[in-house]
Design a protein around this ligand. Structure first.
Ligand code: F6R
Length: 605
């Protein structure tokens, strides 16, 4: 999970860049590097492995620059080695990058055919080459940056040095976060407040699509259309700099917005965009697995339910799934060849841990999809399938959930390939589709204002029903859980086909029904169920995509998420569903981050 720091300083920056990179270590990385301007020229120092390796390089060859950028790289495009480590350079441009440039292959081909020569396998170098080409064509740095950003597809953050512009660092964010730090005669860019925490507590959070130029004393910020903007300056307390809310009112809101980054970093641990391959960490051989047993609680259980659709349809693997509190006492027969997968954000949930231990004691191979990598489950499972959501503070799980879904989706592709149910071409297609998820999640968050407008009405409801089909039925369960836990409104989720077997009796004018229905092969069936609700006067909010919206009957409220492949639809629809619960809870004045009676880590039965 890449980290970024940039310093326009008045004293040598090498040690401060390293200090900041150490603070970013928690994100995970496999190489690190820094660059700085020395006598008008940019110099780089990079090393594979940990920051200690970079320190050793710097002991032999110190960097005396007072303006510099630094990076910890979590390899996505290209192996973790020195050549692929950031900063990446092309001509006058040297930059660091967090994220994925989805259209890098197409851009690289174009740049190569215009005579540009690449030295690394990274998608990052494409940004450097593009920007250098714009500068070479005579554009001023900010114009060149805007022209470059306009050509990129994907979710990313960057920090850039340009030779000849020695007291300036450029930055940009889309999908991945970037902050500006204001010091005394010095300015900073960083992936988060933690990165710039040792140097300043005065921080501005860039908005989606912003780009920026910092010099010794100021930041010129522009929005995605190139309009100069100001972003509010925040004073971040020392402890808040460890895990901070940024411009957000609640951690939950921030964590919903963290999801493009969290999912991308998680997916990068499983998917190689260059080879198009999906890999299960820990050497798990899915061709030898005959069955999967998933064990989890709450939201993590719903992530498991979503993944069942993929493991079964893509990898043809039978999946059993239980809530951990039932599983541990159920005494199910042990079926050899079963891979037991526990799913947990905290890695400490008592029931899930007991399920893991029970499976281990039965001699089953155990794997933990876990966000806290030092947790008990991470230590005790045979294999860790990591999620890289970063610390989740809001009690209601959001980014950990989507990261779990992302990890499990990638594993389903790996399993499908290992078991011969998809060929290399289809594996590469699915890999590419999953890697687009971050950008689509970032887009789906853009419906925020439309969702906020629904909150005042919904907040008056006593009961709310959610329904969907396929993986969306599991998202309906998750949506209902989110709403009830933070707004205290009674909510239930159902598989749409189940409505007429009971829940439809609850429908009346005062019971809002949330329908989650992308325009997939089940869309029409869900629409029929929706008509049954409408016929009984139930007010509907339909979450769908562009195509689905065309078929929406008049008189219902419609929220349109981006169009997506079935495999990523649960990730794309999750954020709008979470935002709905969030804004209803805010409307009700509830304690969003610490709902009554709930704990973040349930370490008792
Ligand atoms: C709901 C929520 C809980 C947790 C559950 C499991 O928003 O957060 O339902 O998902 O308590 O916790 P972990 O994932 O830590 O095992």
């Amino acid at each position: 999970m890449c980290g970024i720091i940039g310093i326009v300083g008045t004293a040598p920056v090498q040690d401060r860049l390293l200090e900041s990179l150490k603070r970013l270590e928690y994100r995970g990385y496999d190489s690190a590097g820094i660059a700085g301007v020395v006598d008008g020229r940019v110099q780089r120092r990079r090393a594979k492995g940990k920051i200690a390796a970079l320190q050793a390089v710097l002991t032999d060859s110190p960097l005396t620059a007072t303006v510099g950028i630094g990076h910890t790289r979590w390899a996505t495009h290209g192996a973790p080695n020195e050549v692929n480590a950031h900063p990446q350079s092309a001509g006058r441009v040297t930059l660091v990058h967090n994220g994925i440039i989805e259209n890098f292959a197409e851009l690289k081909r174009k740049l190569q055919s215009s005579g540009r020569v690449f030295e690394s396998e990274t998608d990052t170098e494409v940004i450097a080459q593009l920007l250098d080409a714009e500068l070479a064509a005579g554009c001023a740095p900010l114009v060149a940056l805007k022209a470059t950003l306009d050509q990129l597809t994907g979710a990313f953050a960057i920090a850039v040095l340009i030779e000849g512009q020695t007291d300036m660092i450029l930055g940009a964010r889309r999908g991945s976060p970037l902050v500006v730090g204001y010091g005394q005669g010095e300015m900073f860019l960083g992936s988060d407040a933690l990165a710039v925490g040792p140097f300043t507590n005065r921080i501005a959070y860039l908005d989606e699509g912003d780009y920026v130029a910092i010099d010794h004393s100021s930041a010129q910020i522009f929005d995605k259309d190139g309009k100069p903007v100001e972003r509010p300056l925040k004073i971040v307390s020392a402890s808040a700099a460890l895990v901070e809310k940024g411009n957000y009112r609640h951690f939950m809101e921030k964590e919903i917005h963290d999801q493009p980054d969290a999912c991308q970093h998680t997916l990068s641990a499983y998917l190689d965009p260059v080879s198009g391959k999906a890999t299960a960490p820990g050497g798990v051989d899915f061709s030898k697995v005959t069955r999967i047993q998933i064990i989890a609680c709450g939201t993590a259980y719903y992530a498991g339910l979503i993944s069942r659709y993929l493991f079964e349809s893509l990898a043809r693997l039978p999946v059993d799934i239980d809530v951990a509190s039932e599983f541990r006492y159920r005494e199910p027969p042990v079926i050899p060849g079963t891979l037991a997968i526990v799913i947990s954000q905290s890695g400490e949930t008592a029931d899930t841990l007991a399920g893991l231990r029970w499976c281990k004691a039965q001699g089953l191979t155990t794997a933990a999809v876990v966000n806290v990598h030092e947790s008990t489950m991470a230590r005790e499972a045979d294999v860790i399938f990591p999620t890289h959501a970063g610390p989740e503070i809001g009690v209601a799980s959001t980014k950990a959930f989507t990261s779990q879904v992302a990890a499990l989706s990638a594993l389903a592709v790996a399993a499908a390939a290992a078991r011969g149910h998809v060929d290399a071409t289809e594996e590469a297609r699915l890999t590419a589709v999953l890697l687009e998820a971050s950008r689509l999640i970032a887009q789906s968050i853009q419906v925020e204002d439309a969702i906020k407008a629904l909150a005042p009405d919904l907040a008056k409801a006593r009961d709310v029903l959610y329904f969907g089909r396929g993986a969306m039925s599991a998202l309906a369960l998750e949506g209902a859980l989110k709403l009830k836990e933070i707004s205290y409104i009674h909510a239930e989720g159902y598989a749409a086909g189940e409505l007429k077997h009971g829940p439809i009796a609850l429908i009346d004018e005062a019971t809002p029904v949330i329908v989650i229905a992308p325009s997939d092969h089940l869309f029409e069936k869900t629409m029929s169920n929706m008509s049954e609700v409408m016929a009984r006067g139930g007010p509907i909010i339909l979450f769908t995509d562009d195509e689905g919206a065309k078929h929406a009957p008049p008189g219902i409220k419609v929220i349109i998420a981006p169009t997506s492949d079935d495999i990523v639809a649960p990730l794309v629809f999750a954020a709008p569903i979470q935002l709905l619960a969030y804004y209803v809870a805010v409307q009700k004045g509830a304690d969003v981050d610490q709902p009554r009676n709930l704990a973040k880590s349930v370490t008792v039965e």
